[in-house]
Design a protein around this ligand. Structure first.
Ligand SMILES: O=C(O)[C@@H](CO)OP(=O)(O)O
Length: 229
């Protein structure tokens, strides 16, 4: 049986300050480090042995994976990183306080972008310093595929694409996979895995540091899924 464990990174400094983060590479806050340790304890308690760990390119997810594996005494696990697991790119909202954005544009538009499926945030200009092409981490990625602001639908395309490119075949071989990623990149993947409609995905929230286990048959049908405790 293939097993997939999804975990959203522990709280970052900007989660605590209520600032839109997206691709901004903000590290874990002290509270987030504790959440990652707790997630590792949960894996240990459930005697789950990871075969392959996947993380985004962002340090809050990477550090969560490292701390979790260290706590679970599984630091040897093959860990692979990919930008396609990054958080949704929040365009021009990155670096802005969520309450201030809500007050300036109104509740409806705010919610459509933040939790809806196909409304993107204001897109960055190509010359904006927040364009990922200026970040050395993405120097090997063709700039034309790097986002400047994404709807959840845009995020879903790259996340689901990476799932089939790198992860699905491992699950079909009965491997146990850990993915350390982000609120919206995981919402996109969960919507795909659980066949959640583009309307119902608005209500899905992913909590920080809480591992969620999915078990699959050989045809990648979900047999069951639940939060690990
Ligand atoms: O700031 C972000 O990148 C995300 C996740 O923290 O925010 P939101 O939950 O508002 O989509």
């Amino acid at each position: 049986m293939g097993k997939l464990i999804l975990v959203r990174h522990g709280k970052s400094e900007w989660n605590l300050k209520n600032i839109f983060t997206g691709w901004t590479d903000i590290d874990l806050a002290a509270e987030g480090i504790e959440e990652a340790k707790n997630a590792g304890e949960i894996l240990k308690r459930n005697t789950i042995e990871i075969d392959i760990c996947f993380s985004s390119y962002l340090k809050r997810a990477i550090r969560t994976a490292w701390i979790l594996l260290e706590t679970a005494e599984q630091m040897h696990v093959d860990t692979r990183y990919h930008w396609k697991l990054n958080e949704r790119h929040y365009g021009d909202w990155q670096g802005k306080n969520k309450e201030e954005v809500r007050n300036s544009i109104g509740e409806d538009y705010f919610l459509n972008v933040r939790r809806g499926y196909d409304t993107p945030p204001p897109i960055l200009s190509k010359e904006d310093e927040r364009n990922p092409k200026f970040d050395p981490k993405y120097s090997r990625v063709n700039p034309s595929v790097l986002p400047l602001g994404e709807s959840l639908k845009d995020t879903s395309k790259r996340v689901v694409n990476y799932f089939f490119e790198a992860i699905a075949a491992q699950l079909a071989k009965d491997r146990t996979i850990l993915i350390s990623a982000h609120g919206n990149s995981l919402r996109a993947l969960i919507a795909h895995l659980e066949h959640i409609s583009t309307l119902d995905i608005e209500k899905v929230e992913v909590n920080t540091g809480v591992p969620h286990l999915y078990e699959f048959d050989g045809n990648l049908n979900i047999l069951n899924h639940h939060r690990l405790k």
